[in-house]
Ligand binder design. Structure first.
Ligand code: G3P
Ligand code: CA
Length: 297
């Protein structure tokens, strides 16, 4: 009897050891690098497609959010034109990142304090020439702040738009206006290419409000770092946009397991792009869509 229990004990020990080794080898997998694949025949929302998101246009090459910056982005092979939105005093949606006009124009007021015709009169390019003399261009000084409507009318229905609702508390009418503009340009039709318009925001409330109007719009939850509960986000969003500095193989693997797309912002160094792609991100926001297009082949 004693002999039998010795054998049982030995067998148990063996099971524990094998279990431990398997665990070790699977955690090894998590730290290993894999080749990334980009299947461009797949939908923009497919986990097998890696999307090149031109952050504020090709904003390393031309003044951010201008039509020229978006034109460069398209020529450089970007899949998406990324657009941040604010609202003028007379309720028009304009493509601009900051609440204030100070950094990217020759005027210091808030966007929300000025009427559209006053905003349109500003110079939205000279700041870029001063800041980036190596790529400065005299023509940039004539560029203005475009409205969302102007961007859409310039690039049409063939372009893909990745639109951010900024500071929604400041603009209670922004979501209604945004959906009105998209709808007026046929961008919310159910028979459109999947993922041709994505709405992103740091505000989960704003995203959920979008879905109250139209459940079919794909949403990206912006975050500064990986979420504690990816499954909660999966309830309303197709994916997350996360600061690339807070991502690693482990967190990306967990997000992908929760069936979320993972778009990393804002990545401008080729070695960082490669590392994130090897870790499994499904999209990258970059000021250099040309660099990313080169890496994605
Ligand atoms: O929208 C993703 C990324 O653009 C968020 O950062 O500040 O550039 O809008 P920000
Ligand atoms: Ca943005």
């Amino acid at each position: 009897m004693k002999k039998i229990s010795k054998w049982i004990l030995l067998l148990l020990l063996l099971f524990v050891l094998v279990g431990y080794m398997t665990d070790l080898s699977s955690s090894k997998e998590i730290t290993s690098i894999k080749e990334f694949e980009n299947d461009r025949s797949q939908s923009l929302l497919s986990p097998n497609r890696i999307v090149n998101i031109a952050h504020r246009g090709a904003s390393a090459h031309a003044p951010e959010h201008t039509l020229v910056s978006y034109e460069y982005a398209q020529k450089m092979g970007a899949d998406y034109l990324e657009i941040d939105l604010h609202m003028s005093a007379d309720g028009e949606l304009v493509a601009i990142h900051d609440q204030s006009l100070e950094r990217t124009t020759n005027h210091q007021q808030l966007v929300s304090e000025m009427e559209l015709k006053e905003i349109k009169a500003l110079d939205a390019g000279s700041w870029f020439n001063q800041k980036n003399p190596s790529v400065a261009n005299d023509n940039f000084a004539h560029l203005d702040v475009p409205t969302l409507t102007e961007v859409i009318e310039h690039f049409g229905n063939e372009a893909n738009y990745y639109i951010e609702i900024k500071t929604p508390k400041l603009y209670p009418d922004m979501i209604d206006k945004l959906l009105e503009v998209l709808s007026a340009h046929d961008l919310l039709r159910k028979d459109r290419r999947e993922g041709s318009v994505i709405i992103q925001s740091f505000s989960a409330e704003a995203l959920q409000q979008v879905h109250k109007h139209d459940q079919s719009i794909p949403l990206i939850q912006l975050l500064k770092q990986p979420p504690e509960d990816p499954n909660a986000i999966k309830q309303y969003a197709v994916g997350v946009g996360i600061n690339f500095k807070s991502l690693d193989l482990q967190s990306i693997t967990e997000l992908r397991k929760a069936d979320l797309l993972v778009h990393a912002y804002t990545v401008n160094q080729p070695d960082e792009m490669r590392k994130l792609l090897e870790w499994g991100v499904t999209g990258i926001f970059t000021d250099y869509p040309d660099l990313l297009a080169g890496i994605l082949g």
